[in-house]
Design a protein around this ligand. Structure first.
Ligand code: KIV
Length: 274
């Protein structure tokens, strides 16, 4: 395995730098964040890209799907993250209902996100169906990331979170959509939960960076949902998820010990009072 030279340092990550990373074969790291404190830790740990994902609907608000989260709520999360981040590129998801209706609404949603959060770019789900919205947002100078494959905002159409694009017809549409998004001017693309071979093909055909989640190792970077990779969530265990910590256990133990210390009058002690 040859590892490309890493462009470390504190230089701000830009959409242009992501394309350079792809060109020299440096893999792009990306993780979600939704609040100030976690975003600060993640940025300082050296993450290239932070996604203020509409997965906030699941992991922050407790909804079953990403559909209920509103534009105002995404802006709230985006603002909190942006106060913490100095190096990573920050992308905010446009939520369900904020861009599919018509391209005018899409532009006004994207402009609100950029003006109110100060984020670097926005992300939308879908291909040819949202072409008009993508074109109009891009025409305002706002960088757009695409998202194909398993697109959670369409879960009610799919009816399942199973792997997408296994069949030839769907795979062909995904390849066509990926090329379309690149031609329209998107700076990058997420591929979610599709066969690794298909994702590798798309990444090798496109010049823009392709970031995968459950799309194998042949793409230009990887993204995970922060709560999943830190082991805070436990009811979500797809094959592609690697847990880097078991924060559920750490947090539960700490809270239980705190409760016990209060009950047995051990906290606060002499040195912890005035
Ligand atoms: O909202 C999100 O967290 C996402 C990732 C799963 C890619 O879109």
């Amino acid at each position: 395995m040859s590892v490309a030279k890493r462009d470390s340092g504190n230089r701000k990550v830009t959409t242009h730098r992501l394309i350079e990373m792809k060109q020299r074969g440096e893999k792009i790291s990306m993780l979600t964040a939704y609040d100030y404190s976690m975003a600060k830790l993640i940025d300082q740990a050296g993450m290239d890209v932070i996604l203020v994902g509409d997965s906030a609907s699941n992991v922050m608000a407790g909804n079953v799907t990403t559909l209920p989260i509103t534009l105002d709520q995404m802006i709230y999360h985006g603002k909190s993250v942006m106060k913490a981040v100095s190096r990573a590129l920050v992308i905010v998801d446009l939520p369900f209902g904020a861009y599919q209706g018509n391209s005018r609404e899409a532009v006004s949603s994207a402009i609100r996100v950029m003006k109110e959060t100060h984020a670097d770019c926005i992300k939308v789900e879908g291909g040819a169906e949202i072409q008009e919205s993508v074109v109009r947002i891009l025409s305002t100078g706002i960088p757009v990331m695409g998202h194909l494959g398993l697109t959670p905002q369409s879960i009610n159409k799919f009816g399942t979170y199973a792997v997408r694009a296994r069949e030839e017809v769907e795979a062909k549409k995904l390849i066509d959509d990926a090329h379309l998004l690149e031609e329209l001017g998107c700076f990058s693309l997420i591929l979610e939960k599709i066969p690794a071979r298909l994702a590798t093909q798309v990444a090798s055909e496109l010049k823009i960076p392709v970031i995968g989640i459950g799309a194998g190792a042949g793409v230009d970077g990887q993204v995970l949902v922060m709560h999943d990779m830190l082991g805070i969530t436990e009811d979500f265990s797809p094959r592609f998820l690697r847990r880097y910590a078991n924060l559920k256990e750490v947090i539960t133990k700490a809270v239980q010990t705190y409760v016990e210390d209060i009950k047995r009058q051990d906290f606060p002690n002499e040195s912890e009072q005035y």
